[in-house]
Ligand binder design. Structure first.
Ligand code: AMP
Length: 577
């Protein structure tokens, strides 16, 4: 691995014991009267120093593994041009701009350009079908949609006439023939100046609207504000070990919150070079990228790691991954097996971290300065107070004893905390109990302060009085060499209330038969004890997933019990990938 280690980082919390959000804020720019602009911190701030000529984006097209390099200065100019286009078209600060595009450089320019102009940006996942896109447009009423000609024709053209709020559709990524009602953003950008005075914004002015799924399937629009960039910036250092000059690859799509907070913002405020790959997952391609681009920090997700594990270690070992210094994972629980695999096959462990759309940034992490506990999400980052709570008679009660399961709660007041669900004030209010934000996740904290994920409050299984988190059962099954993936649910049982049922997919070369079933049950009993181990195991060719890759336990359960699937089968799921 590269000479320097994560522990060398002077920015790590153990070396900055006197953390406060005010001190963190002081790392960034005061644009006068306490004003701030998220895009200023990512781009403008670097223009007078050596970072201006550093590569900001290394862009790989679908068909090529040779990167196009775009400097900070060039990206800033391009974003300025986009901001000027918005100004020319009469788009006002505070209006919403939606982005629907595959990962191409002008998506990044549009994102930062809109934010420089004071607009609120909403990234949309480009693999959405027309309906989720239309639904989000209707909820958020953007003034501008930035998309590509292809996506417009396939997913927008059919319904856009009925949406009066949308004044402009701007096409990026090259246009053959702009359909009626759209404009070629590239041509407009060429016609305007590359200079733009980024607007100073109130710290609490909205900047991002991220849609996430609700339990009912109606998307919720979580609103974030300009000062969120303070969290992005410092968690980039604390949880991902980002340092100026790093080559950093975040595999999440910018259509999800991870892909913006850590795939656009944090890497640029921290002066790293960001690898952007237009293509989708492919094991061999991914190893080639890590090798050829000499990636030093890699932020990915458990599903992707499990897919790499499924290919076996040989493919990884056939590549030179020695530039890597730090690996991190988010979005779903990271099974201990994956942490060990990282160590054995890549030579570095994966650092799990936890957050959600509403928190805007990483809250709990296996930080570089802490020993990893495989299977744990780690400890809160500086400035974050996390606790485990139960419902008491007058609201929540914090549980002080270690190793108790309860709802994970966070003390209000970190800069990237969401400030509302669009048009849903009541729903927002219900997320808080006094000073505490209720995450909807169940967790326990051990005696050393590490947090362990148990499940979503609505995923948890109660069997013969035991609270069972599906994740611990899935992790035990994944230890078996034949298992590629596991999804675990509770099924009704007259005696126990519920019992545990597991759905399992196998790695290539293994046969789904009674002997294997027995061996899996044996392993689970041995690891978990009979009260927690599954009673039933069913083999599947694949497991249902959200668009962002999370295993959909609720859908497994609905199908198993013959319940109406309702919106479940179209749920786009979390944005944390
Ligand atoms: P989203 O807001 O859609 O990004 O999803 C956030 C949810 O994903 C969290 O509330 C957790 O349920 C889950 N999640 C995210 N990161 C982790 C993690 N490291 N371990 C376990 N669950 C996670």
């Amino acid at each position: 691995m590269s000479g320097s280690t994560a522990q060398d980082n002077p920015n790590q919390p153990s070396r900055t014991p006197s953390f406060s959000w005010d001190r963190a804020r002081a790392q960034l720019t005061d644009l006068g009267k306490g004003r701030i602009n998220l895009a200023y911190e990512a781009l403008d701030r670097h223009m007078d120093g050596p970072t201006a000529d550093r590569t900001a984006l290394r862009f790989l097209t679908r068909d090529s593994l040779v990167a196009e390099a775009i400097s900070y200065r060039a990206l800033n100019d391009r974003a300025n041009r986009f901001a000027n286009v918005l100004a020319t078209l009469g788009v006002r600060p505070g209006e919403r701009v939606y982005g629907l595009s595959q990962r191409i450089p002008d998506l990044y320019a549009a994102f930062f350009g809109a934010i420089k102009h004071g607009c609120v940006f909403t990234p949309l996942f480009p693999a959405f079908g027309p309906e989720p896109i239309r639904q989000r447009v209707e909820i958020g009423e953007p003034a501008v949609l930035v998309t590509t000609e292809r996506l417009y024709r396939r997913k927008v053209a059919d319904w856009v006439q009925g949406v009066p709020c949308l004044r402009e559709v701007l096409l990026i990524g090259g246009v053959d023939e702009a359909p009626p009602g759209t404009r070629d953003a590239g041509t407009l950008m060429d016609e305007v100046s590359p200079d733009y005075a980024t607007r100073p914004m109130d710290a609490g002015a909205p900047v991002l609207l991220h849609f996430t799924s609700g339990t009912t399937g109606t998307p919720k629009g979580a609103l974030h504000v300009h000062e969120a960039v303070i969290t992005h910036h410092v968690t980039g250092q604390y949880a991902l070990d980002l340092r100026p000059g790093d080559v950093y690859w975040c595999t999440a799509d910018p259509g999800w919150v991870t892909g913006t907070s850590y795939g656009m913002i944090a890497p640029l405020t921290n002066g790293t070079t960001l690898v952007v790959d237009e293509a989708e997952f492919d094991a061999e391609r991914w190893y080639r990228i890590l090798q050829d681009q000499a990636v030093s920090v890699w932020y990915t997700a458990p599903t992707a790691i499990r897919m790499l594990m499924r290919q076996g270690p040989e493919l990884a070992r056939a590549h030179d991954l020695s530039a890597l210094r730090f690996l991190a994972s988010v979005g779903e629980p990271l099974n201990p097996e994956a942490v060990h695999w990282g160590r054995e096959v890549i030579g570095l462990p994966f650092h799990d971290n936890w957050w959600q759309t509403e928190t805007g940034g990483i809250m709990i992490a296996n930080r570089p300065d802490l020993a990893i506990r495989p299977g744990s999400m780690g400890q809160p980052i500086p400035g974050i107070e996390a606790a485990v709570a139960r419902q008491g008679e007058d609201g929540i009660e914090l549980i002080e004893e270690p190793d108790q399961t309860g709802e994970l709660v966070l003390k209000k007041g970190w800069p990237s905390m969401f400030r509302g669900y669009l048009h849903q004030e009541e729903r927002y209010r219900k997320c808080f109990d006094d000073d505490w934000y209720l995450t909807g996740d169940l967790a326990r904290r051990d005696a050393d302060g590490y947090f362990w994920f148990i499940g979503r409050t609505d995923d948890v299984i109660k069997s013969a009085g035991h609270l069972i988190g599906p994740f611990e059962v899935e992790s035990a099954l994944l230890e078996h060499p034949a298992v590629a993936e596991a999804g675990v649910i509770g099924v009704p049982d007259e005696v126990a209330g519920e019992t545990v049922k597991a759905f399992v997919t196998l790695k290539p070369g293994h046969t789904a038969d009674k002997a294997l079933q027995k061996s899996l049950l044996g392993l689970a009993r041995q690891r978990l004890g009979p009260a927690v181990a599954p009673r039933q195991i069913e083999f599947r060719d694949e497991l249902p997933r959200t668009r962002s890759g999370k295993i959909m336990r609720r859908l497994l359960r609905a199908r198993e019990l013959g319940l109406p699937e309702g919106d479940l089968s179209t749920l786009e799921g979390g944005s944390n990938e």
